[in-house]
Design a protein around this ligand. Structure first.
Ligand code: NCD
Length: 309
């Protein structure tokens, strides 16, 4: 079984076997790209449609497709499209689909936008972030990064720190981790930013987890500390943002004081929650994590497009 022709809307569209197969395929992509560009996706096209800002997700999908030998069309800024004239998402997607693309990568501020797009398109749709809900390909590359460092995901103790309420990477990562064995998730956040009940509901019976406010109490237990930024743009009340702004920061002092040695990950962009002074520490893995995105996404699009058959 592969993911050929499938929409990827949620992490729950992957099985544990899919993850293991994609991790191995990402390793093959890494080797293949070292040898130079490939012809695997020759004649195929990927379209990126981003209604919210992005650097890594859009570019790593683009680099992945170009390295596979395919072409990429970017929808461009929303303001320059007919969306600005009031065109609906379903109509926009139907048009792009009609031009004959082989896969659509969509980021949108509204929860459920990718599902709606998948219903409108005959080409597979990959969710590149829908509001606060999910970001499944980020979870794929996050898990791939852990798997490369530890050789396994089973048994890992993973702290997820920051804006767990508004972020979509904490929810998708938690869903992914909950599929492995003996994992423990530590949700670490100021009370206002704790993980949403809807996320806890989905993982409750599948994985051990705890909620805490302070990082210092738990950092010594962790194999992985996954840091996220405060999602300023998703707050409805400015005063709530001001209450939590700057309430956590991972820096050299904290790591020395606690003698803790988890690997540090971050989906990026960071704002002020990780001090640049730790960037060159051997356990700081966030830039490597971002680079892994090209290989993980190449593995995924090659499967979804059925390239190896
Ligand atoms: C994340 C996102 O868009 O959800 N970024 C990313 O894709 N690497 C995280 C964020 O914006 O904070």
């Amino acid at each position: 079984m592969t993911l050929k022709g499938r929409d990827i809307i949620s992490v729950f569209d992957f099985t544990i076997d899919d993850f293991h197969r994609l991790f191995k395929k990402a390793e093959e992509m890494r080797e293949m790209f070292q040898e130079g560009p490939s012809n695997l996706a020759k004649g195929k096209n990927l379209t990126t449609i981003f209604f919210e800002p992005s650097t890594r997700t859009r570019l790593s999908f683009t680099y992945a497709m170009l390295k596979l030998g395919g072409s990429v069309v970017d929808f461009g800024p929303v303001e320059a499209s007919s969306v600005a004239k009031g065109e609906t998402l379903a109509d926009t997607i139907r048009m792009v689909d009609g031009y004959g693309t082989d896969v659509i990568v969509l980021r949108h501020g509204l929860e459920g936008a990718s599902r709606l797009a998948a219903e409108a398109a005959s080409a597979p749709v990959i969710n590149a972030g829908d509001g606060s809900r999910e970001h499944p390909t980020q979870a794929l590359l996050d898990l791939y990064t852990m798997w490369r460092v530890f050789g396994r995901i089973d048994g890992l103790k993973v702290g997820i720190l920051g804006d767990l309420k508004h972020g979509r990477t904490p929810s998708s990562l938690s869903y992914g981790l909950s599929m492995f064995n003996d994992v423990k998730i530590y949700f670490i956040a100021p009370e206002l930013l704790q993980i949403r009940e809807e996320v806890v509901e989905k993982i409750r019976s599948r994985v051990d987890y705890s909620l805490s406010e302070g990082l210092k109490e738990v950092i010594g237990d962790l194999d992985v500390l996954y840091v996220t930024r405060i999602q300023k743009e998703r707050f409805t009340h400015e005063h709530e943002y001001l209450l939590v702004k700057g309430t956590y920061r991972v820096d050299e002092r904290l790591l020395k004081e606690t003698k803790a040695k988890p690997i540090i990950m971050h989906p990026l962009p960071r704002v002020d929650e990780i001090s640049p002074e730790i960037d060159n520490f051997p356990n700081a893995r966030y830039f490597e994590q971002a680079s892994n995105g090209v290989f993980a996404r190449a593995a995924l699009i090659s499967e979804v497009m059925g390239l190896e058959e």
